[in-house]
Design a protein around this ligand. Structure first.
Ligand SMILES: [Mn+2]
Length: 314
């Protein structure tokens, strides 16, 4: 039997882990696994260290079961879409299975099921269910589709090819409610997100002959808009549509004055390489990092821009 299925079989209480400030892929993959474990009549919990999870994702099955406290009685944890141990948001003491598609994944699990060529973690899970002859019900299919839709940038990203559409077709045949996913993930926006976008676009600066778009967002601006990190990312990604822009950088101040950095690119510029210099990670075209040093936002801005300058091909 597959070693992951063997671990699941033996476990008494399984906890699924989505990363803090989760996206549709981390929630979707955990949700699909949740559905599978319910079918197997397993005791299952779902942990995510975030006090405010993007409400847009609440349509994903079993979302209401997410908890911010890690259950002490769990004897097996399964991390979904978490590139490194820090992303778990908790020091996991029990057995740990790491299922992910990030190129920077540090193989931190007891079992590591990492496929960096997968477009989403939900693609890995779909293949896992399929190859092991496991039933994908409608709810699981919808959850898997949500991750695929979001991580493929609504089938617009460069990694998309025929297999992506074939996967979408298969999930729809399993009953995935793709219209519900479209409506919630692609076609809905909160008032907070719109208000924050206005502030961000107004304050955006263009660097290096307009090849880099830079956003600095203070905690005060976040609170005034009532926005969450994902709202910043939407405006960040939009700036890549500007004709000369290749790299977009966001430096967001957290309430404890630490800084969250997010990078996006639409060229061969390697975001993960820059993020790694600050202990972060991700993919070539999207990466992130956290800085909790005593540096000010201004100092961090200068340092990151210097690194970008060195990497950007002239
Ligand atoms: Mn992902």
């Amino acid at each position: 039997m597959n070693e992951i299925l063997e671990k699941i079989e033996k476990a008494g209480h399984i906890v699924l882990v989505s990363h803090p400030a989760p996206d549709a892929d981390s929630i979707g993959s955990a949700s699909a696994m949740y559905g599978f474990l319910l079918q197997k009549h397993k005791k299952v919990s779902w942990f995510c260290k975030s006090d405010k999870i993007n409400h847009k994702l609440s349509f994903i099955p079993w979302f209401e079961n997410i908890r911010a406290t890690f259950p002490a009685s769990a004897d097996l944890a399964i991390a979904l879409d978490c590139a490194d141990k820090k992303r778990l948001g908790v020091d996991v003491k029990c057995d740990l299975i790491n299922i992910d598609h990030h190129a920077t994944n540090s193989s931190y699990g007891d079992i590591n099921f990492v496929k960096t060529n997968a477009i989403s973690t939900t693609e890995i899970l779909h293949d896992f269910f399929k190859e092991n002859g496991l039933k994908i019900n409608k709810k699981m299919a919808t959850a898997l589709y949500a991750g695929l839709l979001d991580d493929s940038d609504a089938f617009l990203s460069d990694e998309v090819d025929g297999t992506t559409f074939a996967l979408a077709k298969e999930l729809i045949e399993h009953g995935a409610d793709f219209k519900l996913c479209n409506k919630n993930i692609m076609k809905s926006v909160s008032l907070a997100a719109l208000r924050l976008k206005a502030v961000m676009l107004k304050n955006m600066s263009l660097e290096f002959d307009a090849r880099v778009a830079l956003f600095c967002v203070s905690d005060e601006e976040m609170r005034a808009a009532g926005a969450v990190l994902e709202d910043c990312v939407a405006a960040l990604e939009e700036s890549l549509k500007l004709i000369h822009v290749e790299v977009a950088l966001l430096l967001k101040q957290n309430s404890d004055f630490t800084i969250k950095g997010s990078l996006r690119s639409n060229s061969t510029f390697d975001c993960a390489k820059i993020a790694a210099k600050f202990g972060g990670g991700g993919h070539m075209r999207r990466a992130g990092f956290d800085i909790d040093s005593v540096m000010t936002l201004d100092e961090i801005r200068r340092e990151v821009l210097n690194l970008i300058k060195k990497e950007i091909v002239v």
